[in-house]
Write a protein that binds this ligand. Structure first.
Ligand SMILES: Cc1cc2nc3c(=O)[nH]c(=O)nc-3n(C[C@H](O)[C@H](O)[C@H](O)COP(=O)(O)O)c2cc1C
Length: 180
């Protein structure tokens, strides 16, 4: 079954990386990560996002207390805060598509990081109110910019291995519970 394909291989071997060397991430790679994020699909192509790049010790440290589960920020050289821009989001109920749009961008950035030899982890912000508030304050975000998550990035220190999550019981065919 397993056909060799670089893109698939990259998807199947990505894993969360939470410890990093001191090596900074090159600006050209940072731009590639951002380009990957912006290549994601969005509802009606609204691209309702804004990315805040944290690449100085001072900026990274400011965010450490915003998420109790993002302690890895303390020794990371880079983070990208993925935010929704409500001035670009759809109206009414469809406004909530910003979460899916920004999640797609986040996964693209994680995959691009892995492809570039970097390690990264998604740390959740929205909808946890105190994390949203703390991130908003730390980054001086205006009211229309909502932080979805912080992607912490760096060159991996260890050798984290991907988890095998293949579970055929999570799949149905034709209707719920349907078997092949
Ligand atoms: C919405 C979301 C929020 C997450 N928040 C955190 C977090 O705050 N801290 C953290 O260390 N990992 C966080 N993660 C990473 C997950 O723990 C990780 O993806 C999961 O354990 C599966 O491992 P894998 O990424 O290596 O496949 C988050 C992932 C998602 C999708």
């Amino acid at each position: 079954m397993a056909q060799k394909n670089a893109a698939l291989e990259n998807i199947l071997t990505r894993t969360s990386v939470r410890s990093y060397t001191e090596q900074p991430v090159e600006p050209a790679k940072v731009e590639l990560l951002l380009r990957a994020g912006m290549a994601a699909p969005t509802a009606m192509n609204k691209q309702p996002w804004h990315f805040v790049v944290l690449d100085t010790r001072e900026a990274l440290d400011r965010l450490v207390s915003a998420n109790p589960r993002a302690g890895m920020l303390k020794q990371a050289p880079l983070a990208i805060v993925v935010c929704g821009d409500m001035t670009k989001a759809l109206e009414g109920k469809a406004r909530e598509y910003w979460i899916q749009d920004c999640s797609a961008a986040t996964e693209n950035i994680l995959l691009a990081a892995h492809a570039l030899g970097l390690g990264a982890v998604w740390t959740g912000t929205y909808p946890i109110e105190d994390r949203v508030k703390a991130t908003t304050e730390a980054l001086s975000l205006p009211e229309h910019i909502i932080p979805l998550c912080t992607i912490v990035i760096g060159y991996p220190k260890g050798d984290e291995q991907p988890k095998d999550k293949w579970k055929p019981e999570n799949v149905s065919y034709g209707k719920f519970g349907g078997k092949k």
